[in-house]
Design a protein around this ligand. Structure first.
Ligand SMILES: Cc1cc2nc3c(=O)[nH]c(=O)nc-3n(C[C@H](O)[C@H](O)[C@H](O)COP(=O)(O)OP(=O)(O)OC[C@H]3O[C@@H](n4cnc5c(N)ncnc54)[C@H](O)[C@@H]3O)c2cc1C
Length: 391
């Protein structure tokens, strides 16, 4: 998407929701967007990813997802992902997974961890988050990757797949069980260098612009200090990670949808059929109206969830608000982008068209970090259990 009207991002339309430092961040994001979008012009995927990492590092963006104390500002994260979704969905996925991959380190705490996080905050190193397995997707507690004691260290064996950032990541947070009989209480998080003996990475090619791979661990030995947090505390850390990042998936969806609307509006103004601009056709205007209504509603739900996430007292979960935002925004963005393709006519389905790129880019957002069905399950369960409707 190098032809970027990149970085259109506004905090001015909702002044009541943003604080001064958010306006400053938005200005910084808008300034960084053209360089990040330009990374997509590089010759091949590895070069594209390196250029995107460098541009995001130059703009200081990785500090937002790898703070030394693990205290991620969800609102700032959402602003960043809205801009990145608009400018470059591929860069957005790299950025978000840098956060998913390092979150447990910050949350578990400790000075040594904080020092290690600094290189990720500067974008000098890249992280991945390896939870999903071929037989454990939505049901993550069913994972079977095994960690076995070996003196003062551990041996890891198992298979992960659909793991973002593999190929460019240096380290991954890997979830494995130390005791299959203990269920989720046996799941433990490990910090694994991806150049360790016994690690094999195989590239996977999704329809979306997204670095992805499978990870095979065969007798991979890591030291005792590779354990993140308490032994048996990995499931909780993984859920905290998803709870923090899920709302930002909605923000990325909003950014992609906004880009689709920008592109479609520009196209219909310039395109003439039946002797006048398409923008003057009532049915075309109806498409644009439905797109902006979907987009605005999604953005407001995302901002509400991010606001609640940032203000929730310690131990208070905002899972329902976050699930509502993720479900609504990703489904809405899919509809908005589909309408944009429709408004472009045949040009919209040609490989290389911006809306064609967005059409592929948006699809995984309804699947990763909890599918739409899992979000509905969370929301429906909460509403069914509450005496008054939630939230
Ligand atoms: C581009 C991309 C990037 C990803 N990156 C990562 C990553 O970095 N790290 C990582 O660990 N994982 C990652 N994933 C994996 C992702 O989290 C899983 O694909 C997702 O959780 C779904 O798991 P699954 O694919 O095994 O599908 P399944 O769980 O097998 O689900 C298949 C279908 O059944 C539905 N379903 C499942 N259970 C229920 C139920 N109880 N009720 C109703 N419907 C149900 C699902 O909603 C879905 O429609 C990524 C996936 C994609 C596509």
């Amino acid at each position: 998407m190098s032809d970027a009207a990149a970085g259109r991002l506004s905090t001015a339309d909702l002044p009541m929701f943003f604080e001064p430092h958010h306006h400053d961040l938005a200005a910084r994001l808008v300034a960084a967007a053209p360089a990040i979008a330009a990374a997509e012009a590089a010759a091949d995927e590895p070069a594209r990813d390196r250029a995107a990492v460098a541009a995001m590092a130059d703009a200081g963006l990785f500090a937002l997802v790898a703070p030394p104390d693990g205290a991620v500002d969800a609102w700032a994260l959402c602003l960043a992902r809205e801009m990145l979704g608009h400018a470059s969905p591929r860069a957005d996925s790299i950025f978000a997974v840098q956060g998913l991959g390092t979150y447990a380190l910050g949350a578990a705490g400790g000075a040594a961890r904080a020092a290690e996080l600094a290189a990720f905050a500067r974008g000098e190193r890249v992280a991945a988050f390896a939870l999903t397995e071929p037989d454990a997707g939505s049901d993550v507690a069913a994972l079977t990757t095994r960690a076995t004691r070996d003196g003062d260290g551990w041996i890891l064996d198992g298979d992960k797949h659909l793991i973002s950032n593999l190929g460019l990541a240096d380290h991954a947070t890997v979830l494995a069980t130390v005791d299959p009989a203990a269920g989720r209480k046996g799941i433990t998080a490990f910090w694994v260098p991806l150049d360790a003996a016994g690690v094999t990475i195989t590239r996977q090619d999704p329809i979306a612009p997204h670095p992805l791979g499978a990870l095979a661990l065969r007798g991979c030995r890591v030291g005792g200090d590779a354990v993140i947090g308490p032994v048996g505390g990995g499931f909780r850390l993984a859920m905290q990670t998803l709870d923090t990042y899920r709302v930002s998936v909605g923000a990325a969806a909003v950014g992609m949808a906004r880009r689709a609307l920008d592109e479609a509006a520009r196209f219909v103004r310039a395109r003439h059929q039946f002797g006048k601009s398409l923008a003057d056709q009532p049915l075309v205007q109806a498409h644009l109206a439905d797109m902006i209504v979907d987009l605005d509603a999604a953005r407001l739900l995302v901002l509400r969830a991010a606001w609640a996430r940032d203000r929730a007292a310690a131990g208070v979960r905002v899972t329902t608000e976050v699930s509502i935002a993720k479900l609504a925004a990703t489904e809405a963005a899919q509809r908005v982008i589909d309408r944009a393709v429709q408004l472009f006519g045949g040009r919209g389905v040609l490989a290389g068209a911006v809306v064609e790129h967005l059409y592929r880019a948006i699809r995984p957002l309804r699947i990763y970090e909890g599918t739409s069905e899992i979000q509905r399950t969370i929301i429906g369960r909460a509403v069914a259990a509450a005496e008054a409707p939630t939230p």
